[in-house]
Design a protein around this ligand. Structure first.
Ligand code: BGC
Length: 741
């Protein structure tokens, strides 16, 4: 492509040649900083050689793997591309991920980082501002470690509560997940570091992730998983989109022309670059023409498809030169857009104490109080004898495994159930001991710890204590799903035994997602503490003792058991391949048309099922009530409002939620979350909250005309505390409307 850009009508290639012969760094000095990222990118592309272009569109791992050594110039991270130093373009140093900067296999010896709580926990805050802060923190650390691309932004909806990666994602609702992901991405990118959004799309389980086809009709996909991506991309403008390992309707995500060319780059006019997941590129021409811009983690693929084969294809003309130039332009454009060229990532000191406070804030706000019979919580700091049991609570808090694993200084490793899998050989505990934090909250109490290995011994210790806190854990990790929703390792029996010995038992759950609770009726309190990050222990203790009034809300439905799920049984992992780079066996498909767009709480409403705990649910140490729902059209905008009152004795934060559904006459959809607010209220105080509804949330996606369609008619508005408690009801009449896709 011979690119001409404005520059007073001056032909850019002439200017570039002149500057280059003069030994100037093109990107830094030409196409001035005031030009748009597009123009700057075009300028660089026009000055690049074919080999330089090819070098930018495929990445090996940034650390030694198999027979491949660490690439020269790589600082040691998930992937590396050399950049174009003579044109001022820095190397791509790509690292995981949303929860902090990882250091796989300690490749950068001793380089630790702050661990945010799991993304699921972040979603439980329902607080986009915190998502932004978390992103800023991660971006700051990445930049100071020399990383300029963060493989963050996991936004796959929870269609499968047993999915081993749910902790990396933001729950089951497209609006919530999209808002939170978008803000977190914007936070990272505000620090001159590109963020991805991933895994595009419908990559809902780890079992057979490289073999499975996610079968779903296009309209349903647009109203659910793709809507989460659409909203997050609008909000966060991520520099890159990472495709999933899976197939979608039979076509691998990395060469799925519908997803990449038609929806992402076409309908959404996405300007960044599309990278594959690691070892998930399957072809040269097909992938290039479907819109893939970069092959990632190529060491795991059978070929470096976007290396020599792509070069030959361009030379032969089977992949047009314009397509290669577009790939490169997209990469460069994103680097310019976030400021990664003008403000290159470089070693700097990091204020880990300040960053720990960000992690702590997320953990404090994301803890969900599920049960609190007889006001068992908050605990009194005057308690004399407190027994803490299980889950290495003396050491730290559990974290999720796989590529997103962050290891703050002092992390403790314990062999996982997969010791032969180097990737997830260990379970990692972040060094924030709940036991120590509990002792600090009740300095005069005798605080005793028991490992929980012997339920009878634990029960004996629990007898007569003023408070008993059982920590129960479910470890989840990338590349494996949990086989069911039971707490593993006999923990249900442990909880039963302890609760029998002492009814003042609180269960603190450290889980990736939902678990079954056969003992729920027998314990006094249950706290969902997820994977709570660098300051999780302190955050948990703050909530247990009431210094923090719990305000987290469930971003996913907790089912009673697996029979309530759209797909009660999962495929046996032994019959298929779950990891790239392994011999492939067992192609299969999962039918996501069972629930279609009705993911999570929508499925429960449609099927009339009562879950254990609904989406949006969470208690506080105070209580809230709702009144005066309004639904009005202001011009073309639908604005909803309600009053929220704190009816209890304590200051607290509530997350009032608005939902809209429609009857079958009017496009028939079950209630959808269309907005929420998060407000702090003093006792006795009332506040009015209002939200403006995104019209796509009251539309159906009409595939035939490729547009969102709002049918004329009456729509059901409801509001309240969560997806199943919506005491306020109203109706609103909407006019017919088509919206751009
Ligand atoms: C994961 C990605 C990750 C990449 C690089 C893959 O296994 O699916 O989420 O970013 O590895 O570590």
């Amino acid at each position: 492509m011979t690119t001409k850009v404005g520059l007073s009508g001056f032909s850019l290639s002439v200017l570039s040649a002149a500057l280059l012969t003069a030994g100037h760094s093109w990107a830094a000095e030409a196409a001035s900083r005031h030009d748009s990222p597009d123009r700057r990118a075009e300028a660089v592309v026009s000055a690049m050689t074919l080999d330089e272009k090819i070098a930018l569109v495929h990445t090996p791992f940034g650390y030694p793997i198999g027979d491949s050594p660490k690439p020269e110039g790589a600082i040691g991270s998930a992937a590396y591309a050399p950049g174009v130093p003579r044109l001022g373009i820095p190397a791509l140093q790509e690292s995981d991920a949303s929860l902090g900067v990882t250091n796989p296999y300690d490749i950068r010896p001793g380089d630790n980082a702050t661990a945010l709580p799991s993304s699921m926990m972040l979603a439980a805050t329902f607080d986009p501002k915190l998502a932004r802060k978390g992103g800023e923190m991660v971006g700051t650390e990445a930049h100071a470690k020399g990383i300029n691309v963060m493989l963050a932004g996991g936004v796959n909806l929870t269609r499968e509560p047993r999915n081993g990666r749910n902790f990396e994602y933001l729950g089951e609702d497209p609006l919530l997940a999209g808002q939170m992901a978008g803000n977190s991405i914007a936070g990272i990118q505000s620090r001159h570091v590109v963020s991805t959004i991933k895994h595009y799309a419908l990559n809902a389980q780890e079992t057979g992730r490289v073999m499975v086809s996610s079968v779903i009709n296009r309209s349903a996909a647009r109203e659910s998983d793709l809507l989460a991506f659409e909203l997050a991309i609008e909000k966060g403008q991520p520099g890159s989109v990472m495709t999933g390992y899976n197939r979608i309707n039979g076509q691998y995500a990395s060469q799925n022309a519908f997803l990449i060319n038609q929806v992402l780059k076409g309908d959404w006019r996405y300007k960044g670059w599309v990278m594959s997941d690691w070892g998930a590129t399957h072809s040269t021409k097909k992938a290039a023409l479907a819109g893939l811009d970069q092959q990632s983690g190529e060491n795991l693929d059978p070929k470096v498809f976007f290396g020599e084969p792509l070069k030959r294809a361009v030379q032969k003309g089977s992949v047009p030169q314009e397509r290669l130039d577009d790939m490169v332009k997209r990469i460069l454009r994103s680097l310019f857009a976030v400021g990664a060229v003008d403000n290159p990532a470089k070693a700097a000191s990091i204020d880990y104490d300040a960053h720990a406070q960000v992690a702590k804030a997320v953990a404090e706000q994301g803890i969900v109080l599920l049960k609190n019979a007889n006001n068992q919580l908050p605990l009194s700091s005057k308690a004399k004898r407190i027994v803490v049991i299980g889950s290495h609570a003396d050491v730290g808090v559990l974290s999720g495994g796989g590529s997103s694993q962050v290891t703050p200084l002092g992390s403790v490793k314990v062999p996982s159930p997969y010791p032969d899998n180097a990737f997830i050989a260990n379970m990692v505990y972040h060094p924030s001991s709940p036991l120590k934090a509990i002792q600090a909250e009740a300095p005069k109490a005798q605080v005793i710890f028991d490992s929980g290995e012997d339920p009878q011994q634990a029960a004996k210790l629990a007898q007569g204590a003023d408070a008993v806190i059982v920590f129960a854990q479910q470890w989840t990790a990338e590349s494996v799903d949990v086989k069911d929703l039971s707490l593993p390792d006999n923990q249900d029996a442990l909880i039963e035994a302890v609760a029998k010995a002492n009814p003042k038992t609180t269960v603190v759950l450290e889980t990736g997602g939902p678990v079954k609770m056969p003992w729920l009726g027998k314990v006094s309190a249950v706290v969902e503490a997820w994977y709570s990050g660098s300051k999780g222990g302190e955050a948990i203790a703050s909530v247990l003792f009431g210094r923090v009034n719990p305000s987290g809300r469930l971003p996913i439905t907790f089912p009673q058991d697996e029979t309530q799920l759209p797909r009660p049984n999962m495929r046996d992992p032994a019959t298929t391949t779950s990891n790239p780079g392994e011999k492939r066996k067992g192609l299969f498909s999962e039918n996501y048309n069972i629930e279609g767009a009705d993911v999570g709480y929508k499925w429960y409403e449609r099927e009339g099922k009562k879950p254990l705990f609904p989406f949006g649910y969470g208690l506080s140490y105070t209580t809230f009530s709702y009144s005066n729902l309004s639904a009005e059209l202001r011009g073309s905008k639908l604005v909803l409002g309600m009053d929220v009152t704190n009816r209890g004795q304590l200051k607290g934060i509530d997350t009032p939620q608005f939902y809209i559904g429609s009857s079958s006459k009017h496009n028939g959809f079950t209630s959808r979350l269309v907005g929420w607010d998060r407000i702090e209220l003093k006792p006795g105080k009332t506040k009015r909250v209002t939200v403006t509804v995104d019209p796509r949330l009251v539309a159906r996606f009409d595939e035939k005309v490729n547009a969102w369609h709002i049918k004329a008619g009456n729509y059901r508005v409801s509001a309240g505390a969560n997806a199943m408690e919506r005491p306020l009801k109203a109706q609103v009449r909407l006019n017919e409307k088509y919206l751009a896709p």
